[in-house]
Write a protein that binds this ligand. Structure first.
Ligand SMILES: C[S@@+](CC[C@H](N)C(=O)[O-])C[C@H]1O[C@@H](n2cnc3c(N)ncnc32)[C@H](O)[C@@H]1O
Length: 215
């Protein structure tokens, strides 16, 4: 049975939500990366902690000359409760939220090639494995040519037994080595590393940062 995300938010059963933005995203932004300029989408944004960090970083101009100019970050999530909570926490005019199913959103003809960048953190692992290829196709549909995609993937422990690795999710973690197979047809990999910074409850090595650029 597929997970009822909205119910999870209604019941406050949201162990993925750490009440703060991803430390790995903070680390990436701290390096001064300026790939995320213009209009961007945060996939499966939940309460929008990462959206707010991205907006704040652009506003404070931490990302090089005029990053805030034309900067816009839209968090998308199909949980109405998550989006209402994200709206209530909104802290900048650069951020906005959309209650929409990502897969349906990508089908909207007026959204085609509309984004300069996209960011994801624990969304790829939240969807059923059989939707992963569709996920990439949707992303490609939404992004402009040469757009950037920054992802923080939730990584399977290499020492996990085959049984536990294939056990029911979400999260459906992925092996580092398996990521390329989904993305390499459409994206060039610019950078990939295990972030030094992570939530306490997610040990070093359980996340993997990839910056890709649409071909
Ligand atoms: C594991 S949570 C991560 C939330 C957020 N990125 C965070 O780290 O706190 C996955 C999120 O994806 C959302 N989600 C799952 N499937 C979705 C879909 N098809 N379209 C939009 N949002 C979806 C859920 O509602 C949930 O908020």
């Amino acid at each position: 049975m597929s997970k009822d995300w909205n119910q999870a938010y209604a019941n406050n059963k949201t162990p993925w939500d750490k009440g703060a933005a991803s430390p790995a995203l903070e680390e990436w932004l701290g390096k001064g990366g300026n790939a995320l300029m213009g209009k961007g989408l945060v996939l499966g944004c939940g309460l929008g902690h990462d959206v707010r960090l991205l907006a704040k970083s652009a506003k404070e101009g931490n990302r090089g000359n005029g990053a805030e100019k034309n900067f816009e970050v839209i968090g998308i999530d199909f949980s109405q409760i998550a989006i209402e909570k994200a709206e209530a926490l909104r802290s900048s005019s650069l951020e906005s939220y959309l209650c929409y199913d990502f897969f349906k959103y990508a089908e909207q003809p007026d959204q085609s090639n509309s984004c300069d960048w996209a960011f994801e953190h624990t969304f790829f692992c939240a969807i059923p494995k059989e939707l992963r290829k569709t996920y990439v196709d949707c992303l490609v549909q939404l992004l402009k040519p040469k757009a950037f995609f920054l992802a923080i993937f939730f990584i399977e422990d290499p020492k996990a037994s085959a049984a536990s690795a294939s056990s029911d999710g979400p999260p459906f973690k992925i092996k580092k080595e398996a990521i390329d197979a989904y993305f390499e047809e459409h994206f060039n990999l610019i950078d990939a590393y295990t972030p030094k910074r992570h939530y306490k409850s997610r040990p070093y090595g359980s996340e993997y940062v990839c910056l890709m650029q649409l071909k």
